[in-house]
Design a binder for this molecule. Sequence first.
Ligand code: BTN
Length: 263
Amino acid sequence: MDINTIKEALKDTPVSDIKYFESIGSTNDIAMDWALNGAKDYSLVLADQQTSGRGRLGRKWVTESGSSLAFSLIVHPTRKEIDGITLFSPLGALAISETLKQRYNIDTEIKWPNDVLYQRSKFCGILVETSWMENRIEGIVLGIGINITQASVPPADRLQFPATCVESAVGFPVDKLEVLSKLINRIVFWRERYQTTEFLEKWESVLAFKGEWVQIVQPQQEDIIGKLIGVDLNGNLRLKDRRTDKEISIIAGDLHLRPIDEK
Ligand code: BTN
């Protein structure tokens, strides 16, 4: 991959500037810094390999050379986007799910809040981070890692959740830059429809485990078991609590969701 090929592939997107690295620690780190130092809206940091890629909840995210799409998109948020910032990662997840449906006709699901699954195995993770200038959010960094080839799938003993990759789902080699270009345009599409019921309905239509029993694991608190009802416009998960039979709302944060086999 070289910068001219990347620019050509992204010419029909609003990406303004691109930093491309054959190998870097984490694209999010570069983007967080750039957001405070002159990056325009839709500036992109892309890497072929990450040596210290980061995931949610302090986890590592491995990106081996030639195997994945790993990038961070910088946006300068509006007031409305700052108020509804928890929707940014599901927005990215929905954009990925739709891109793969539109281009390859594969059906994927979103595990709340933002993992994208194919046949209940994860192939994409999203890490949204913010860059602050004094007491105001100057930039939102949408960090996305997509497993493309089989080489990107970590060995099973390193996984907390089953994993797969786009090429396994599709059944043939895919053009990473074509996926990236379509995905960015889909992100733009949903950004223009931020916090709308249209967005909520689309997100719910691909929400994994809807109507099924799930367990919410949160640090230093008792796990919650409930039936998954849906999501709301604050990005919260709606569950029917097994103990009380009442609807409760789970706020996205330092927790994870697991499916369970419960009657
Ligand atoms: C997760 O599922 O835990 C989120 C993984 C996010 C990985 C991406 S890869 C590009 C960007 N740079 C990083 O260091 N992390 C994100």
